[in-house]
Design a protein around this ligand. Structure first.
Ligand code: 13P
Length: 251
């Protein structure tokens, strides 16, 4: 049975002291029957880690470089994240693709490097509004998945989570309908079956992300191919995040 994973992507929000406070509030959430992950900014990781100690909440980061160390100003390595207490890392978020020249090739390099060090990787894919309107959503997802997961082994796939995040739904208040989200998540599972095998596809957690909130989470998470959420804005509000965790625990 694949895991349901509810992950909060805090993006560029919260100073270390604010992060400690938010992480402590999330650590208080009771009754989670799914995996709960928080992904604060790098400088917050130590403080967040301390705040979630003793709870079931896991720590993740929002990016990781593919080299072990060296002259890569502004980047961070897998070893650094692991020592800071991370178990997960988000790779290839659309904001990194849009604003920081992330490509399918660098997503693949980062993913492989993080997996080699033992991190679990949340690989993000998703089409823009223009791509959806032009009817090429599946072509875009197909390319992102094929190139992003290139040369990964079936064993490595056990530590890969896919997050389907339609770019047009991120931070816009526009959510994909349950059917639109399910359709693409199902397509992704079919593609994983083709690229790896049916067992890998069956075991891979596929999250939806894009304006998931306390009001719409239950219906999205009830869809058969949606195994969790990658949550931005609502992950910064403990009460809303708790509602989403409860919905994730019900499936
Ligand atoms: P919002 O939930 O704020 O739309 O962000 C989604 C997202 O990008 C999570 O990675």
């Amino acid at each position: 049975m694949r895991k349901t994973i509810i992950a909060g992507n805090w993006k560029m929000n919260k100073t270390p002291s604010e992060a400690a406070e938010l992480a402590a509030a999330i650590a208080q959430i009771q009754g989670a029957k799914c995996e709960v992950v928080i992904c604060p900014p790098f400088v917050d990781l130590f403080y967040a880690k301390k705040a979630i100690e003793g709870s079931c909440v896991k720590l993740g980061a929002q990016n990781c470089h593919f080299k072990e160390s060296g002259a890569f100003t502004g980047e961070i390595s897998a070893d650094m994240l692991i020592e800071a207490g991370c178990e997960y890392v988000i790779i290839g978020h659309s904001e990194r693709r849009q604003y920081f020249a992330e490509t399918d090739e660098t997503v693949n390099l980062r993913t492989k490097a993080a997996l080699a060090k033992g991190l679990k990787v949340i690989v993000c894919v998703g089409e823009t509004r223009e791509e959806r309107e032009n009817g090429i959503t599946e072509n875009v997802i197909d390319r992102q998945i094929r190139l992003g997961l290139k040369d990964l082994s079936k064993e490595e796939m056990a530590n890969v989570v896919i997050a389907y995040e339609p770019v047009w739904a991120i931070g816009t208040g526009l959510t994909a309908t349950n059917e639109q989200a399910e359709e693409v998540c199902k397509f992704i599972r079919g593609l994983i079956a083709k690229l790896f095998d049916a067992d890998v596809a069956e075991e891979t957690t596929i999250q939806y992300g894009g304006s998931m909130n306390a009001g719409n989470c239950a219906a999205l998470l009830a869809m058969p191919n949606i195994d969790g959420g990658l949550i931005g804005g609502a992950a910064l509000k403990p009460a809303d995040f708790a509602t989403i965790i409860a919905a994730g625990s019900a499936n």
